[in-house]
Design a protein around this ligand. Sequence first.
Ligand SMILES: Cc1ncc(C[n+]2csc(CCOP(=O)(O)OP(=O)(O)O)c2C)c(N)n1
Ligand SMILES: CC(=O)[C@@H](O)[C@H](O)COP(=O)(O)O
Ligand SMILES: [Mg+2]
Length: 639
Amino acid sequence: MHQILSKIESPADLSGLSNDQLEQLADEIRDVLCSLVATRTAHFASNLGVVELSIALHRTFDFSRDRLIWDTGHQIYPHKLLTGRYDEFGTIRTAGGLMGYPNPAESDYDLFVTGHAGSSVSTMLGLRSGDDLQGEKDRHAVAVIGDGAFPSGIVFEALNNAGGMNANLLVILNDNKMSICPRVGGVADYFDRLRMNPFYTGVKSEVLKILNHVPLLGDPTERLLAQCKEAVKAGLHGGMLFEELGFSYIGPIDGHNIGLLRKYLEMVKTLPGPVLLHVVTEKGHGYQPAAADPVFFHTPPAFIDDNGTVVPKKSGGAKAYTNYARDAIAAEMRKSDSVTVLTAAMCQGTKMEPVRDEFPHRFFDVGICESHAVAFAAGQAKTGLRPIVNIYSTFLQRSFDQIFQEVALQDLPVVFTMDRAGLTAADGPTHHGAYDIGYMRLFPNMIVMAPGDAEEVGEMLAFALEQDHPSAIRYPKTNAETVVRDRTPMELGKAEVLSTGSDGAIVCFGAQLADAQRAVELLKNDGLNVGLINARFCKPIDRETIVGAVKNSPFVVTVEEGALMTGFGSAVLEACADEGVDASRVKRLGIPDTFIDHGDREERLAEIFLTTEGIAQTCREMAAKTSALHGDDSMTAGL
Ligand SMILES: Cc1ncc(C[n+]2csc(CCOP(=O)(O)OP(=O)(O)O)c2C)c(N)n1
Ligand SMILES: CC(=O)[C@@H](O)[C@H](O)COP(=O)(O)O
Ligand SMILES: [Mg+2]
């Protein structure tokens, strides 16, 4: 089994292998990738597409000394298999196992933990600059970036800087025509034109040889001829966008031909200054169903291959918050032509393909360009439209300044639907939506909400679209429950009291409401009568109800699936302080001030007491503590 791969303990073990053996190694790596996705959801098509590139890179450079960064990092699996992690690879994306992204704690061959797209050229330029300043100019600097990540604004900031510095830097564009969905925008169209370049078909090199032998004359015609020559080369070269920024553009070349890759990598290794090598690959290459449908196979559900038929191991089940949000967005877009929706290359993750198809003129996929997305939405809002910016909580962090300046400061009615707000489990710390409560409630004019259950998603979106202010609605990566109750209508800054209790109160902001309701029922078995408040708003917070609960209850437990630092619980403490109410009997449950590793979502939630039992246990402890404070030993007897 994996005769060659199983013996690769480091890239140095590649040195003696022939191209044929390297091709066999590629097959063995693909076999490992196919075995992995039979067991769990993981990044599949992207990794299939960079097998040969990974092998050729590690065969050509010595990254124990040279520098290598894979942009975004979701396509890191072949790199991990080639850098001594074959034996433990089966643990990837599981608690305590390998991360599904680069991780310096696992290997010196991983330089940065990444998961957000676009930063690789910048960090590599920084590494280049640092190595140069410390007398290590011999270390090569290589950043591999996908065509989906490439339009991110930060990439052009880095290209601009690298060109200006004339830095010895190799940027490898991994062009597979795909982001998660098909790539979009002018850069995508440009890449399509480059892919048609004769170089890729081998014709260009002959023409370039001829041009380079055209004699230069010493008279005014020389300048014209030289310009014509440059124009023809540029036309052939393609790559003018990069050449004008100071990069030598090479390509496009076949990214699945190991021999060809090695040849060009050896060539560009010696080229001075910034170089961009354009590599053409196929997302899903080597596994036909993935090549045929790279969108589905970006992160497919665990599946088995039944003689070429893909059979997901489980499907269906309760609807996720994402589904309710998508349906609510579609419903609002049907109700009003003023409602638009924007995504930053996450149409598939937000399940908005049906919305894209139903509203082709009011659906905007701007690519991995979150900062631009928010400013774009602000422009739409300025014209009277009601844009919904549907971006994952963690990726929306890219847009902090545009949320501040273009939206909040202008007080424009942009609605932010922040998916994956909370723990995202297998993706780990780069993808947890931990900070959106804190960063959104900072801004004047911003309304910050979190649905407590499935129904409130649609109620909050409809409410948000009626407000003449910006608003944010956050929900986690999980199935949505319904909490049966007599619902009170949405009212700005008003919480919903589900029950009252003489022994304490739980104030829940967001999707743990059903857990909190079950905890209330559990606590009755302990003889504790604890009330439950559905906060609904973190901003404006319902001071009357929530500070009132703190004032009149023996204890209050606040619950949020967000960072405790600056989160909803902090807002409660601030409100109590402002009202002069003693908040010493408030216990806050949420994400502690640390980065939470990847792992099973329910396990991670249990570790921070954001489960039915965790909330109940916290209430028991608070009841004991507060009854002891007031001389009633009945609760402490059993502790
Ligand atoms: C800032 C940011 N926004 C969105 C994402 C979600 N995302 C992960 S991979 C991906 C597509 C990347 O496309 P590309 O760079 O071409 O890589 P490929 O999967 O094609 O190899 C996206 C949008 C992200 N990781 N980071
Ligand atoms: C690499 C990346 O950022 C995306 O592929 C992300 O992992 C998708 O997350 P979901 O699977 O939660 O949509
Ligand atoms: Mg791509």
